[in-house]
Design a protein around this ligand. Structure first.
Ligand SMILES: Cc1ncc(COP(=O)(O)O)c(C=O)c1O
Length: 474
């Protein structure tokens, strides 16, 4: 298994450059540096190494998107010929590449034996009874709610501080998302959930923000008291304290996630009937193990028992997932080491609050390293801070623009700024710094040095309007 050091670049030149943007890089914003990277860089030796190195130079790496305008008092970036440090890069190495090629040549392009093995190994890893591999966490969340029978007129409680997929899936089923504000750790507050439960509540979706587990004890006690099922959005939480208390748990294997299959997800649960329903709905609603009809023991006959969806995972994705799972402990170790270094170097930086670690009995997955900035009194907005980082060759992002500030949810649910003050306060000062296993300790030092320089340069000035580019909307 490819061990993952924190002082090297184990993925070689497999560059996926993920831009910053609203909360996460969308599929459009996250691209391979070279469509043919898998072919052009395969092999060993000096020539392959040279090609890999060449391919890792994206326009961003060449400094093509340095758009920072500088801020009041900020002398601007020092001359710096270091390559652009993207906000996120997957840890894909030669072993993953070889496994995907093997799958490709095996004849099983779509759901097959590798998907089945990935489900089994993933279930073992998280300690779940059942695991169903799907095409994305969005698909998994949709299936989870559908399997629970969520439909028109129902309410689904979730946090406003999440990616839109968490709430969109409720809308797809005709239900209404109801937001409950966050607590001081960024996760949904059980007390706020309690205040939102009505006879129409049909599900609660806690999101383990950034990989920090929610207070599942309190949430499950509340849910059981009211007879409401719980679906964990564990898109960020592979590697966190294993889930299990909820009725269903959904993981994401999106390109930036701790374990990636490019696009992909997994639904886990304990109830065999619920697992069967998720599996059935995820593949057109056709009877059990539909893929087996193409095997020697399979039969041509099948029955459609529900109008299901087409949300299955392919064996190409599963090949990637199996290799990533084998490397996962090392990948997580690398993430934890980066977090420790960030914590150490940011200690004492006046305007920066470091992310919470949670209580001692939980394991944080550290999908994100979200700092909060206290910029009161400085002529610097959060948007300008991020632009200044970019001007210094560093990608950063924001997690998340709360959903009640998004036009669709404002209109659909009659929401506006002021409705969820804690999520708004979090958002207003939030900046997620790059943190992923391919980074080195000197990358972390570079990000912290840039952060210190920007904050130190942004000295209070009088008579100056704050710049429009720092307007984060909302
Ligand atoms: C909290 C959260 N939930 C759900 C999703 C959707 O995941 P996917 O891209 O696998 O559909 C994301 C994606 O980033 C997310 O951040």
């Amino acid at each position: 298994m490819g061990g993952m050091g924190t002082t090297s670049n184990p993925g070689g030149g497999w560059a996926v450059a993920c831009g910053g943007g609203a909360g996460r890089a969308t599929s459009g914003g996250c691209r391979m540096a070279n469509d043919e990277a898998g072919v052009a860089t395969r092999g060993t030796g000096a020539e392959a190494t040279r090609r890999r190195a060449a391919l890792s130079i994206t326009p961003e790496r060449a400094g093509g998107s340095a758009v920072g305008r500088g801020v009041a008092g900020d002398p601007g970036p020092a001359p710096d010929d270091r390559p652009f440090l993207p906000f996120a890069l997957p840890a894909i190495g030669d072993e993953e590449a070889a496994d995907v090629v093997e799958a490709l040549l095996s004849g099983w392009l779509t759901t097959g034996p590798r998907t089945k093995r990935f489900e089994e190994e993933f279930a073992d890893y998280v300690g779940a009874d059942h695991a169903i591999a799907v095409s994305s966490a969005t698909a998994g969340l949709h299936l989870a709610l559908a399997a629970l029978g969520v439909g028109p007129g129902d309410e689904v409680i979730t946090t406003p501080l999440t990616f839109c997929a968490t709430a969109n899936v409720a809308v797809h089923l005709g239900a209404t998302p109801v937001f409950a504000d966050i607590g001081p750790d960024g996760n949904i507050d059980p007390v706020a959930i309690a205040a939102r439960i009505t006879p129409r509540t049909r599900a609660i979706i806690p999101v383990h923000f950034g990989g920090l587990p929610c207070d599942m004890g309190a949430i499950m006690a509340l849910a059981r008291e009211h007879g409401v099922p719980v679906v964990e959005d564990a898109a960020h939480a592979i590697g966190a304290t294993p889930p299990g208390a909820a009725d269903l748990t959904v993981f994401s294997f999106y390109a930036t996630k701790n374990l990636t299959t490019g696009e992909g997800g997994m639904v886990t649960c304990a109830d065999p009937a619920l697992a069967e329903r998720v599996r059935l709905l995820g593949l057109h609603g056709i009877s059990k193990d539909a893929w087996k009809r193409y095997t020697a023991e399979g039969s041509w006959y099948y029955e459609v028992t529900a109008a299901g969806y087409k949300y299955n995972m392919t064996d190409l994705q599963a090949a990637l997932g199996l290799r990533q799972l084998a490397r996962f402990p090392a990948l997580q170790g690398a993430r934890r080491a980066l977090v420790a270094e960030y914590d150490r170097l940011l200690d004492g930086v006046a305007q920066v609050t470091r992310p919470p670690h949670g209580p001692g009995d939980v394991v944080h997955a550290w999908h994100l390293y979200p700092i909060r900035l206290d910029l009161a009194g400085l002529p610097l907005s959060r948007g300008e801070f991020i632009e200044s980082l970019r001007a210094r060759g560093i990608g950063a992002s924001v997690h998340f623009i709360p959903l009640h500030l998004q036009p669709f949810y404002q209109e659909r649910c009659g929401l506006r700024r002021g409705d969820y003050p804690r999520a708004e306060a979090w958002y207003d000062g939030s900046d997620t710094l790059p943190s992923y296993p391919r980074m080195t300790m000197s990358d972390v030092a570079r990000v912290v040095d840039a952060t210190r320089a920007i904050l130190a340069g942004a000295t209070p000035q009088t008579g100056r309007e704050r710049g429009g580019a720092g307007d984060d909307g909302g």
